[in-house]
Design a protein around this ligand. Structure first.
Ligand SMILES: Cc1ncc(COP(=O)(O)O)c(C=O)c1O
Length: 522
């Protein structure tokens, strides 16, 4: 993407009318003619177009990526930059689901859970199929890991300040009901710093480290291999929340060395919604508690013996998934794995990191935009500078590493090892908003919401309100982002998957530019 695009894009756009006529009208971006009706996905056969022409820059927009985009039903007038919440299902996955549900309905066929799905998944994750169980989502896997570990009152678990509700509630519940102690580590600006922060909260009572591989907040990639190696060396059990990496980054759980790992197919792998997996290593399985058992958990049962009898727990992680196998959903997940492998994990990782870097660079450029206006309201604020002293009044979660600028602060580290396919950033509150809100708040009878807002408006810093207003504004303009309110982090999260393209990124910046104009920044 050309540099300084922020200055040049968006001319002539009007609020609310941004997308409308300028949409792609159902055509793919650079005029590639392949239509889904002409093409049937076959994992055994090559795509009708290859990225060969782009071997040196496979991450760039090209007829190949335009073709790939045609395999997604996503509306062309929608700029979907929220894959971190839920992936867009491509046609091959929808077709596999449809076919499988139909097959069962037509033949009265019962979906057998024969372990082949776990075998395929094991190849993708770098572990044995016998170390995997299917779940319906990440939260289920996190709960299985949390309950598999014997802990007593006072035992400590390291988590982060950036947890998703699905990643931490199981631990919070045990803290509340059983008295285990949660120790919070903050994320660093680099992988090294993050590791240091984690090590700093360890005590002699630390029994578990339960951190996300990639937190939902700012998409930072944690140095999980180093974390798990350190945990192992210190007799600490590692339970990783892996909601995001599968389908985004190449993975190898054995190299990672974690004890437990919980992931899903419905985010970056673009599989059916409500499909997930749980990994418990061979070594940890025999020491893992299990609370729910049924078919597939045990090798036999017999109610006709006296007393009624049961055999042994099966010697594989699949003991955690029981009952009727949702076969069609996992046929869909299998198609998602095949689709991912067909495009290529290495190529995908390269492309998503490239696209998110474009977003990060564009955000950083905004701060250099000479057309930005800085009305001097607070004398402590300089023309271009930031009143960092005011940061002292912010909650702890706000004091993160970031690339701070007069309008935008980028929270996701720029370091390559700590970046994936997501960027978190905040928008500063324009000083005039602070002035007008302060004026209102001094009026008798000002609404409580305005009073609350005024209290959090600190000149020269970003506010929850500005980032949230932007996400609402973007949605009205058909750009879907995630507002991250969790843990007082309050930022905008931009997710870019391989089906996104330069046009999507340009639309995002167009909308941001319009918003900043409305806010009085330009
Ligand atoms: C880091 C993280 N952990 C856990 C979850 C919960 O995932 P699920 O909804 O699949 O249970 C999410 C969902 O966004 C997440 O981002």
């Amino acid at each position: 993407m050309e540099r300084k695009h922020f200055l040049t894009l968006g001319a002539g756009l009007t609020v609310g009318g941004l997308i409308g006529k300028s949409a792609l009208n159902g055509e793919n971006i650079s005029g590639a003619k392949t239509k889904i009706s002409d093409y049937k996905f076959d994992p055994e056969k090559p795509f009708p177009i290859s990225p060969d022409g782009d071997v040196n820059h496979p991450e760039h927009d090209s007829p190949y990526w335009d073709f790939i985009r045609t395999l997604f039903p996503l509306k062309s007038d929608l700029t979907f930059l929220n894959n971190g919440t839920m992936g867009i299902t491509p046609y091959p996955v929808l077709e596999a689901l449809n076919k499988s549900f139909h097959f069962i309905a037509e033949n009265g066929a019962y979906p057998m859970h024969d372990g082949s799905f776990e075998e395929n998944l094991g190849q993708l994750l770098g572990c044995k199929g016998s170390e995997l169980a299917i779940t319906k989502n990440v939260s289920e896997g996190v709960n299985l890991a949390c309950r598999a570990i014997n802990l007593k009152k006072g035992d400590e678990v390291i988590i982060t300040l950036h947890e998703h509700v699905g990643g931490c509630t199981a631990w919070l519940y045990r803290a509340k009901t059983e008295g285990i102690v949660l120790k919070l580590a903050s994320l660093g600006a680099t992988a090294e710093e993050t590791l240091k922060n984690i090590k700093a909260v360890k005590t002699k009572n630390t029994k578990v480290i339960a951190v996300p591989h990639i937190p939902c907040t700012i998409g930072q990639v944690l140095p999980v291999n180093e974390i798990c190696a350190w945990a192992k060396a210190n007799g600490i059990i590692s339970a990783i929340d892996g909601a995001h990496p599968l389908g985004m980054l190449q993975m190898n759980l054995k190299e990672m060395g974690c004890d437990y790992y919980s992931g899903c197919f419905h985010k970056w792998l673009l599989g059916p919604i409500g499909t997930g997996f749980f990994y418990a290593s061979e070594e940890i399985l025999s020491r893992s508690a299990i609370h729910h058992v049924a078919a597939y958990s045990v090798d036999k049962f017999d109610m006709s013996t006296t007393p009624p009898s049961m055999g042994e727990l099966v010697n594989k992680t699949a003991r955690y998934s029981y009952g009727t196998f949702p076969g069609p959903m996992y046929d869909g997940a299998k198609a998602a794995m095949q689709f991912y492998q067909k495009i290529g994990p290495a190529l995908i990782e390269k492309r998503v990191k490239y696209l998110s870097k474009e977003v990060m660079n564009g955000l950083m450029e905004i701060n250099d935009n000479p057309t930005l206006k800085f009305p001097v309201i607070d004398p402590s604020r300089s023309q271009n500078g930031v009143d960092n002293s005011s940061n002292n009044s912010l909650p702890v979660a706000w004091k993160m590493h970031h690339s701070q600028g007069p309008v935008i602060e980028v929270l996701t580290p720029a370091e390559d090892a700590s970046r994936g396919a997501q960027v978190g950033f905040r928008i500063h509150e324009h000083p005039s908003k602070i002035a007008s809100s302060n004026a209102q708040v001094t009026k008798e009878g000002a609404p409580i919401a305005i009073k609350a807002m005024s209290q959090s408006l600190v000149p020269g810093t970003s506010t929850p309100q500005a980032s949230q207003r932007f996400c609402d504004f973007a949605r009205k303009n058909n750009v879907i982002l995630r507002y991250v309110a969790e843990n007082n982090i309050h930022c905008v999260r931009v997710s870019t998957h391989y089906y996104n393209n330069k046009k999507d990124i340009n639309r995002f910046f167009d909308v941001l530019q319009l918003f900043l104009k409305e806010e009085g920044w330009m």
